[in-house]
Design a binder for this molecule. Structure first.
Ligand code: ADP
Ligand code: MG
Length: 406
């Protein structure tokens, strides 16, 4: 399995970037961008000579790929190529200067620690809708090949746009969410929350109060017209806030540290409106998720039932609460886009549920087997090209401890 090193980024020339951008532009209406078109767009953008040399460099680095059995000569952008373009944009905006280690592989994303020039750490979330089908066994490849060109790119970008729009709207309303910093293509940069996912919290001093706070968040979201849609122990981060209290006891000054647990919510691509046709199902599922977790982990069972969707629904937009579902739509996120994204997320979830899509780690073995087969294959070169294309190549070798400049 080949992984790319972000250090390659620094070796790309201005012309290489221009050609990579040309492939991206051409991808908007070509599944496979014809080489002459790449040349034309690159030249228009100011290049002249080395287009072919750049194409070779980019292909060798796995940023663009050829397709097997193509009817004409052309290239398409790989996930790695798109990653690099996005990183390039973040770095030219001075948002990202270096890339550190990967902190999480979600089912639809890669989460990386990045830092700006001042060394401040942030989170880069790379959306990977459709990745699972990229990485699963060969039967899925036909499905992919038949799909509309670039749709993984389009859908992953939609997911990032939606997540960013919601993070902004939620932050404006004072919800505890990471600070949205920048969005480019299928990626977003947000503040790093020093925390543990609730999933990793083994005990809390007062489960009842944390539970109440989380239910309150569900109700506050509802009041603003929203349902999180994946309100589980992985998407709730627990921050410890320490404050020192000074008291005078028997004429002596005493210092006492109090620790407050503050939940922060993340992961918004699947958020739905309270007016969604399945709103009640999503709402109940979020509530159930929290109840189930609190029972299992903290042996906490609330005394009263609910909250119920119908009661929450009555509060939508009340007391002047701004409807964030409407606000996000007004910002250019159309109903059609929301539908397309929802469908893609559901398909991905269905694959996970059906066990068709295996988590990455378990999958490595299969991939290795694939590689073995291919090694004994005479058409090795062609296979390799295809393999490169199907890898999510943006990865830092574990041996690189220090953040790598981009
Ligand atoms: P996915 O959509 O793949 O589930 P998430 O946005 O939920 O991705 O992120 C996956 C994991 O990465 C989280 O469970 C959390 O551990 C970590 N993470 C994500 N965003 C942040 C952040 N802003 N600060 C700290 N950790 C984060
Ligand atoms: Mg998540």
């Amino acid at each position: 399995i080949m992984f790319l090193d972000t250090r390659v980024l620094r070796h790309l020339t201005a012309e290489d970037w221009r050609v990579l951008t040309a492939v991206e532009m051409g991808s908007k209406n070509h599944e496979l961008v014809p080489t002459p078109l790449i040349e034309r767009i690159s030249r228009l953008k100011g290049g002249a000579s080395g287009v072919h040399r750049s194409i070779a460099t980019l292909a060798k680095s796995g940023l663009i790929g050829r397709m097997k059995e193509a009817k004409y000569d052309g290239y398409r952008l790989t996930y790695g190529g798109l990653d690099y373009l996005a990183l390039h944009t973040h770095s030219s905006k001075d948002v990202v200067y270096s890339v550190g280690s990967r902190v999480g592989v979600g089912k639809e994303s890669d989460i990386m620690i990045v830092a700006d020039k001042t060394g401040e750490q942030k989170i880069l979330k790379i959306h990977r809708l459709g990745r699972i089908s990229f990485r699963t066994v060969k039967s899925n490849r036909d499905y992919l090949r038949n799909r509309q060109g670039g749709s993984w790119m389009y859908l992953s970008r939609l997911a990032a746009m939606k997540e960013y729009a919601f993070m902004q709207a939620l932050q404006e309303e004072g919800f505890p969410v990471p600070e949205p910093i920048s969005q480019s293509r299928h990626t977003i940069v947000m503040s790093l929350v020093e925390s543990l996912p609730l999933r990793q919290v083994s005990a809390v001093p007062n489960p009842a109060s944390l539970y109440a706070e989380l239910i309150d968040l569900i109700l506050r979201l509802a009041k603003h017209g929203l349902i999180h849609g994946d309100f589980n122990e992985f998407n709730i981060l627990i921050k410890e806030e320490r404050t020192n209290k000074y008291t005078i006891e028997d004429g002596e000054e005493k210092e006492e540290e109090t620790v407050t647990l503050v939940p922060v919510i993340i992961d918004f691509p699947q958020m739905v409106s309270m007016d969604h046709v399945n709103a009640e199902m999503y709402f109940d599922r979020d509530v159930e998720c929290i109840k189930r977790f609190f029972k299992k982990r903290f042996h906490f069972v609330p005394t009263s039932p609910g909250p119920f969707f119908k009661d929450a629904y009555k509060t939508v937009g009340k007391d002047g609460a701004r409807r964030l579902d409407a606000a996000v739509e007004a910002s250019g996120f159309t109903k059609k886009m929301l539908k397309e994204l929802e469908k893609a997320i559901q398909e991905q979830q269905a694959k996970i549920d059906a066990g068709e899509a295996v988590p990455e780690d378990e999958e490595l073995e299969e991939d290795e087997e694939d590689d073995d087969e291919e090694d004994s294959d005479d058409e090795e070169d062609e296979e390799d090209e295809q393999e490169e294309e199907e890898q999510a190549v943006f990865e830092i070798p574990a041996s690189v401890g220090r953040p790598v400049e981009v």
